[in-house]
Design a protein. Sequence first.
Length: 126
Amino acid sequence: MKYHHTEQAPEALGPYSQAVEIDGWLYTSAQSGLDPATGELAPGGFEAQARQVLNNLRAVLGTAGCSFQDVVRTTIYLTDFGNFPAVNKLYAEVMGDHRPARTTLQVSAIPKGGLVGMDMIARVPR
């Protein structure tokens, strides 16, 4: 098992890794809209936070040589399901024609008052 870390994504808020690689698979921890430079939520509301989530995940995936094209499963966490269309639009922008399996859930809270979070599972390129 290999633990992955990048300063281009926020530090873990607890005793866990940004991602773990095992047997050719990368499992990311959920990322929120925290800006790694400030440790605060990206200003500008839902869309800004969602873009930051995707930027954070791009950085974490990159630690194992992965990109969004290697993702096989995504879980999206929303505090308001009314943001579903907006997250779909942003997600489609980064995924292009790639269509991993996905689950989207409404949750009661995300750390630090975030509005959106995501985690991913990716196949590590050989």
